[in-house]
Ligand binder design. Structure first.
Ligand SMILES: [Zn+2]
Ligand SMILES: [Zn+2]
Length: 356
């Protein structure tokens, strides 16, 4: 074993700042692969994981403290270089740079076998259930989770593992829309803007966008949105229904009570509402209208390994989307998390250990 050590930041107690820990490199077993990390995005869901819960609305909370054993290394948008492999790892791309698919399941159950590891009931998601990327090194259980990003910018490419995949996975839940069908994206943050960019390739239409922030509406229009509307406009629902006849698809990247109510209300008969954002909240839904309008409500959580491979291929073919990324040294992890919590981050902060 080399004298190289792992420098990582661990969440030791929920709600507290992460702490630096230096440890020797781990002994690898089975098919495990060790990567030296070159980039790891700081995602909004890291804040929920630090808090230890998600807000379910009406005073209810989803407790994450049982899924996450402390101390724990967060970070799930990881690019690294393959450094070492366990005895059963077989042929691995040693010394090569790879994007890691982090939403890893048990690999055994029917859901995993069907390729939906992100929905496994015994998840081993990097940065959520097992140690992730806020550090210099990460262990991945198998090289099948490594995706070649040759030729792509790694500071941006790491974000495909969560924000990009979340956008792509949600669009795929809808699939190709019919002639004349309209789509609406609610929330033009990083994930929403990625969806706007990817919509024409996946849905076959350019979407409308709704966002409270005029700067984000502007960014959405620049990014290819057909129109950008203000959800605070009291006449919005009426005017949009008149203009469009209702949307065939609405994707809610915010996930607040107000955005879900707006989105479900704007569906045409037979339309699909996809809930993605984890802001928190709840809605009441008159059940007869669900049946009589023939609408469907779906949740979408990140995406599958296959989805991430498809997304990387799509970006290779069509070019990437304009997500502003700010590289920062790994040791800035806590100030980066604080900035994100304070709403001061435009786009993504990406931690780069080499910049120590
Ligand atoms: Zn994320
Ligand atoms: Zn499983």
């Amino acid at each position: 074993m080399s004298a190289e050590a792992m420098h990582r930041y661990k969440l030791v107690e929920f709600g507290r700042p992460v702490e630096a820990v230096d440890e020797p490199l781990p002994e690898l077993s089975g098919t495990e692969v060790l990567l030296r990390i070159s980039a790891c995005g700081v995602c909004h869901s890291d804040l929920h994981l630090i808090d230890g819960h998600f807000d379910l609305g009406q005073g209810q909370k989803l407790d994450m403290s049982r899924a996450m054993k402390l101390p724990h290394v967060l970070g799930h948008e990881i690019v690294g270089t393959v450094l070492a492999a366990g005895p059963d790892a077989g042929a691995v791309p040693m010394g090569e740079r790879r994007l890691i698919y982090p939403w890893i399941g048990c690999g055994q159950c029917a859901t995993c076998q069907a390729g939906d590891e992100q929905l496994c009931l015994k998840p081993r998601a990097l940065g959520v259930n097992v140690d992730g990327g806020f550090g210099t090194h990460v262990v991945v259980p198998h090289s099948r989770y490594l995706i070649d990003i040759e030729g792509l910018d790694e500071t941006l490419a790491c974000t495909y593992a969560c924000s990009g995949l979340t956008a792509y996975g949600a669009l795929k839940k809808i699939g190709r829309l019919g002639e004349g069908d309209k789509a609406l994206v609610i929330g033009a943050g990083g994930v929403g803007l990625a969806a706007v960019h990817l919509a024409s390739a996946v849905l076959g239409v350019q979407p409308y966008v709704a966002d409270l922030d005029p700067a984000k509406r502007e960014a959405a229009l620049k990014g290819g949105a057909l129109a950008a509307v203000d959800p605070a406009d009291p006449d919005l629902r009426k005017s949009l229904l008149k203009e469009t006849g209702g949307f065939a698809a609405v994707i809610d990247f915010v996930g607040a009570s107000s955005t879900a109510e707006l989105g479900v209300g704007l569906l045409r008969k037979g339309g699909h509402f996809v809930s993605v954002g984890l802001f928190g909240g709840a809605i009441t839904l008159p059940l007869p209208t669900l049946a009589m309008r023939g609408i469907s409500l779906t949740g979408s959580y990140v995406g599958s390994l296959q989805d991430l491979k498809e997304l990387v291929e799509l970006i290779r073919r069509n070019g990437t989307y304009p997500l502003p990324v700010t590289p920062r040294p790994l040791d800035d992890v806590q100030t980066s998390l604080d900035a994100l919590r304070g709403g001061k981050v435009v786009g993504r902060i990406v931690l780069e250990p080499a910049a120590r």
